[in-house]
Design a protein around this ligand. Sequence first.
Ligand code: BDR
Ligand code: CA
Length: 320
Amino acid sequence: MQRILIDTDPGVDDALAILFAMLSPELHIEAITTVCGNVSVEQATQNLFTIFGLLDLNEYPVIAQGEAQPLVKPLVTATHVHGDDGLGNTNYLINADDNPVYIPADIDPSSLSGVDLILEMAARYPDDLIIVALGPLTNLAKAIRKDPTKMQRLRRIVMMGGAFEAYGNVTTTAEFNIFVDPHAAHEVFQFGVPIHIVPLDATHQVVLTGERLHAEIENREDTVSCFLWDATQACMEFYRQRVGFWGLHIHDALPIGMLTHPEYFESVDANVQVETTSKLTNGMTVADLRPERRPRNPNAHVCIKVATEAFLDIFFERLQ
Ligand code: BDR
Ligand code: CA
């Protein structure tokens, strides 16, 4: 069993990742912290309540709201991809009796800030806690600034972010999570705890098509299945118009799969650097992944390959 803290900006694919993690016995979610990114941090926290409300649980992980702005840049959101509420507008769906279709869980967040909850968890589980970062790295960078000694005792950071041999998804060279807060990403990569990064190079290998999703949830009426369909429709429409297929990449689910089924993922050691100053390539992640150029002092393991079908099978198995 692996002890994890998820740092997230839900986000449709974040929601799928959180459900996947909560339904995976290999993982124990000690805490979840929210961060600004796909949506404002307040909306991100609200979305976490909606996600928790989908599952009938007696106990929830402790949650705390994190940073509302990136370290330096003004916030850029992705509501054009994820819907105005970040969850494909599922928060706005109303039943015939005028009640929300997806009722948020009624729980109180921690009185700690996201940064302080990260530090408390790092101190409580030294050398054991894995942080799974599914959004911009602002909370992590601030936690490192505030108490590097505690953060040095993380077991590792597993993150979705970056693009190396693939094009970016915000600009030609930058992936969203790094683009939103490149300064934070730079500080995290310089810090020296083990990092596993799942970039677009890997997440683009997994396409959840509308047809596959339809086939998986056909004849199912449980809340999670209905949510899977409702939450992904706006996103799939975006992909249909802008990318050319009816489906979506479920980026943030991949780091969860990497923890539950590491054998489905292939990574290489690399020295990852983040561009923070250039206007043209701001937020670009740079590393030489060629086998003959392996670095002597790598700061990260970069995922380059995923067993796509095996991954999707386990994803759907867990979400049933
Ligand atoms: C990343 O950006 C966000 O929009 C997604 O949630 C994911 O974390 C993909 O580039
Ligand atoms: Ca995300």
